[in-house]
Design a protein around this ligand. Structure first.
Ligand code: NAD
Ligand code: TDX
Length: 333
């Protein structure tokens, strides 16, 4: 099987490439990645050279997409502008990568009749109230995105659904909850706080910190995506989650404690405009219909391993850190 993985030099895409080549000895992978600020070739080190090719390029380049997709069995589309805070300060790149980029890929996929899997997020459903723990997102929840990031992801999902219905595109969609683990860019919540502590500064909590995210270890996202590609029903959407709900304040306190600091040694900074309150995934469909289940469900252990990785890999994250914090300082975050 020949796979084209877009965004494979990013956090989650690179995890999938390592997972896939490790799990399937007959798989060949081409990564198409523009290497934006979020892409890093170090994430792809150590892969089998005879089964892996890297192409630097933009998913909006129709000629390149056409050429690569012609020679592929399955397209797995991870490439995106992925950070909410960036989408609030500069939305335009989100429209280009997430909407036009997806359009370009599904056009080529339908022209060549190729299998396509679309990576999306639970944020397309908007947020849940904090006072109704019984509510969770399901595949039937109406779309209600809040930010420029999540609205462009929602738009891309809707394009895929329309291409399935109108043109018979052989596609599946997955919407996953918040990922964490090694190789995540230091702009994101957990690595930002770990690296702030490692650099001798205090973690930064937006607003009160009562917002809830449903955390999943990246490896579990990757195994779910492979399950959907191999066993999923064409035209269907699957929600991916590992029952990892926790509020931001608790995560910050856990990180401080695990790193030998006082649990109250953090700062409250400006809140994110339009901040989504709670995400929570009901992944019953994926578990019962396709038999998937997560392996890394101990959040505390996952955080310990993640802290250890950032401690041991300053050469990976230090180059991103100064620019990221300068961006945050401008907005008072
Ligand atoms: P990331 O920002 O770490 O990586 C994105 C990758 O896409 C980078 O390597 C970047 O260079 C590449 N890219 C961006 N624009 C491109 C373009 N125009 N052409 C080619 N390559 C381009 O993102 P991530 O956190 O790994 O997220 C990957 C995917 O998973 C995204 O689609 C995101 O919406 C989705 N997702 C993320 C999470 C999460 O918690 N991070 C949760 C659910 C879904
Ligand atoms: O410094 C911070 N302090 C803070 O309190 C940062 C960076 C974030 N936060 C809060 C905001 C959110 O409530 O932490 C929570 C998580 O923030 P992010 O890591 O920015 O993630 P989120 O906005 O929830 O979106 C993530 O999950 C869904 C990914 O970035 C998306 O790509 C994915 O689709």
């Amino acid at each position: 099987m020949k796979y084209l993985v877009t965004g494979g030099a990013g956090f989650i895409g690179s995890n999938f490439v390592h997972f896939l080549l490790g799990e399937r000895s007959d798989a060949e992978v081409t990564v198409l990645d523009k290497l934006t600020y979020a892409g890093n070739l170090k994430n792809l080190e150590g892969l089998p050279e005879d089964r892996f090719t890297f192409v630097k390029g933009d998913i909006c380049d129709a000629d390149l997409a056409d050429k690569l997709i012609q020679d592929t069995d399955v397209i797995v589309h991870y490439a995106a502008e992925s950070h909410n805070d960036n989408s609030l300060s500069n939305p335009r790149p989100f429209l280009d990568a997430n909407i036009v980029g997806t359009f370009t890929l599904i056009e080529a996929a339908r022209k060549h009749g190729k299998r396509y899997h679309h990576i999306s997020t639970d944020e397309v459903y908007g947020d849940l109230p904090l006072n109704a723990p019984e509510l969770k997102f399901t595949e039937k929840t109406p779309y209600n995105p809040s930010s420029p990031y999540s609205s462009t992801k929602a738009g891309s999902d809707l394009l895929v659904r329309a291409w399935v219905r109108s043109f018979g595109l052989r596609a599946t969609i997955s919407n996953c909850s918040n990922n964490y683990g090694p190789y995540q860019h230091v702009e994101k919540f957990i690595p930002r706080q770990i690296t702030e502590i490692l650099e001798g500064r205090r973690p930064r909590l937006y607003g009160t910190g009562e917002q809830v995210r449903d955390w999943i270890y990246t490896g579990d996202h990757s195994s779910a995506v492979l399950t959907i590609i191999e066993k999923g029903k064409i035209g269907e959407t699957y929600l991916i989650g590992a029952n990892g709900e926790e509020n931001n304040l608790t995560i910050v306190k856990k990180l401080l404690t695990l790193m030998g600091k006082d649990e109250n040694d953090f700062e409250h900074v400006n809140d994110r405009p339009g901040h989504d309150q709670r995400y929570a995934i009901d992944s019953t469909k994926l578990r019962t219909e396709l038999g998937w289940k997560p392996q890394f469900t101990n959040l505390e252990k996952g955080l310990e391993e993640t802290i250890e990785w950032y401690k041991n890999n300053p050469d990976w994250w230090k180059p991103q850190k100064v620019e990221t914090e300068a961006k945050y300082a401008k907005g008072g975050f």
